[in-house]
Design a protein around this ligand. Structure first.
Ligand SMILES: Cc1cc2nc3c(=O)[nH]c(=O)nc-3n(C[C@H](O)[C@H](O)[C@H](O)COP(=O)(O)O)c2cc1C
Length: 256
């Protein structure tokens, strides 16, 4: 049984919510999937004040005592995550952005490995494709296993033809997502992830020390010695390239 949690950034039970219901129903029809819908509008999430305490000292020192950790617990308890948002002024909704800002520290101290992630964007006319790309980038930065999302045209009144297109897009998307959900949770990292992991940790090792929260986070997890964030099958070529990346970044860091 896989647990999939959809986090919805619309303030109403409108098109985005209904698209999520349909997407999750598609998943459930394919196999053993338990689902939950989390409507951000029903949770208390403060707007980040930019104090940087979460980055520097630790997320537990955030001045807000709100539902952020409850939402993070929901993510941690899931095998799959769907972020769904309407396109508002060519961006994700304010609700969704406020939530993402509150996860900012997790780009520095990632923790969402092994979870399959995707996005659904609903829009009236234009701009949602870029939001799907944006949310894909965010998911990658948070170290989810990212499945490309979908952008749906949901401006009312929806014609029969448009509804057919929406149904089809959600069915195809759900199949793609389900296949990934059944795949290995801890896959061999793509080159770009390996590159950034080795670069980030080499810079951190040479330029910071255990007075930094991020350094301690890496140290506690053995990330200064490991091949990657998590144990995974890596061929000789990737292992060798990883070592080469370490050496190159160390030289660059020392020179700069
Ligand atoms: C404040 C606001 C801004 C919007 N901006 C855009 C936009 O930039 N591009 C677009 O295609 N649709 C835009 N829309 C339309 C919504 O994306 C569209 O109606 C969507 O289906 C709403 O989702 P919902 O039913 O879940 O609220 C906007 C709607 C609102 C309310």
């Amino acid at each position: 049984m896989k647990k999939v949690t959809a986090i919805v950034g619309s303030g109403r039970k409108g098109h985005t919510y209904h698209a999520v219901v349909q997407f999750l129903d598609n998943l459930k029809a394919m196999g053993d999937v338990d689902t939950e819908i989390v409507r951000l509008s029903e949770y208390d999430i403060g707007i980040c004040r930019g104090c940087l305490v979460c980055m520097d000292k630790g997320e537990e020192f955030c001045p807000f005592k709100d539902d952020r950790d409850l939402l993070i617990e929901k993510i941690m308890a899931s095998d799959g995550i769907v972020l769904a948002t309407p396109n508002y002024s060519f961006q994700v909704s304010g609700l969704m952005k406020v939530f993402l800002d509150r996860l900012g520290f997790a780009f520095h101290r990632p923790r969402f490995f092994g979870k399959t992630y995707t996005s659904i964007v609903c829009q009236g006319i234009y701009g949602g494709g870029k939001l799907v790309d944006y949310l894909g980038f965010v998911g990658g930065g948070l170290q989810f296993n990212v499945v490309k999302g979908s952008c749906l045209m949901t401006r009312a009144p929806i014609t029969e033809k448009q509804q057919h297109q929406i149904d089809r897009a959600l069915a195809v998307h759900a199949r793609r997502y389900y296949a990934r959900l059944q795949g290995p949770a801890y896959p061999t990292p793509p080159w770009v992830n390996l590159f950034f992991f080795r670069m980030g940790r080499t810079m951190m090792r040479l330029e910071t020390d255990d007075s930094y929260r991020d350094y301690r986070y890496y140290e506690e997890r053995g990330w200064f010695e490991s091949d990657y964030y998590y144990p995974t099958e890596m061929g000789v070529v990737k292992k060798g390239a990883g070592k080469l990346f370490d050496a190159v970044f160390a030289t660059v860091a020392r020179k700069s």
